[in-house]
Ligand binder design. Sequence first.
Ligand SMILES: [Fe+2]
Length: 186
Amino acid sequence: MSFSVRASASPHAVSPHSADSPAAPTEADLLAFVRRTAADARLIASLPLDPQGRTWIRLEGPAGSEAWLIGWPPGTGTGWHDHGGSHGAFATATGQLIEQSLAARLPTEGWKVLELADGIDRERRLAGGDSRAFGPHHVHQVLNTSPERHAVSVHAYYPPLPMMRRYGRTGQVLRLEQVEWPQEWT
Ligand SMILES: [Fe+2]
């Protein structure tokens, strides 16, 4: 599991945050939010489900974070992507998701095709109630591999996603395919 280390301010430092600007949420804060929200049965049941594609509702995340409730029909997935330097957390509410990730930090700029080292692939299964946090350099894809069951999950990111890089993958070769900006998904 990839957790970033939170830079802690000196106890004598003046906080840069005012009452109008709450302190940035930690990974623990994001994790607590996605767990709590995934346990809200009424909210989860309010998400419309479409067998043809993913559905989503934007949520109010903690302390200015970006959050989403997402429905995943059987056989859908995100494709490989990063989160533009944001850290985040997600929790499965119903059904089951598979997360495939890379246990390596990729250079973020200056390449279009990258040969991945052997042995850096990771896979985890997140059933209802399971959750995970990830750091700002995390590259993954999330899939609902079930042949018949929808999955619903809750996701939170901080800072709000500035952009996402999308990758194509063939074997150990990763290709940068697209950079998506917030206006394309909000
Ligand atoms: Fe993601």
